[in-house]
Design a protein around this ligand. Structure first.
Ligand SMILES: C[S@@+](CC[C@H](N)C(=O)[O-])C[C@H]1O[C@@H](n2cnc3c(N)ncnc32)[C@H](O)[C@@H]1O
Length: 72
C-alpha cells in the first residue's frame, strides 16, 4: 500500500495504508482500537490503490499477520 496517502481533517488523520506498520503513531497515544480485520475466509478484497490482500493464508501465516498488527 502507498504509505504517503493520508487525509487530515480537523482533529483526525485517516491513513490509507497497511496496518502492519503504524510507526507514524506515537507510542502510548492510542486509547482504544475498534477493528474488523480480514478473517482469512477467502474473501476477495479490492482497494483504490490496486493492492490486494491474500485472504487464504496458512493458519500460521494468518496468525503471524494478525500478531504483528496487534503488537504494533
Ligand atoms: C473484514 S474487512 C473489514 C471491512 C470494513 N469493516 C469496511 O466496512 O470497510 C477487512 C479489511 O481489511 C483490509 N486489509 C487487509 N490487509 C490490510 C492491512 N495490512 N492493513 C489494513 N487493512 C487491511 C481489507 O482490504 C478489508 O477491507
Amino acid at each position: 500500500m502507498n504509505e504517503n496517502i493520508c487525509l487530515i481533517l480537523k482533529d483526525q488523520t485517516v491513513f490509507f495504508k497497511s496496518s502492519e506498520d503504524m510507526s507514524e503513531l506515537e507510542d502510548e497515544s492510542i486509547d482504544v482500537i475498534i477493528t474488523s480485520p480480514p478473517y482469512n475466509r477467502g474473501k476477495i478484497y479490492t482497494s483504490d490503490t490496486g493492492e490486494s490482500h491474500d485472504d487464504r493464508m496458512d493458519e500460521d501465516e494468518y496468525l503471524s499477520f494478525l500478531t504483528k498488527i496487534w503488537e504494533e
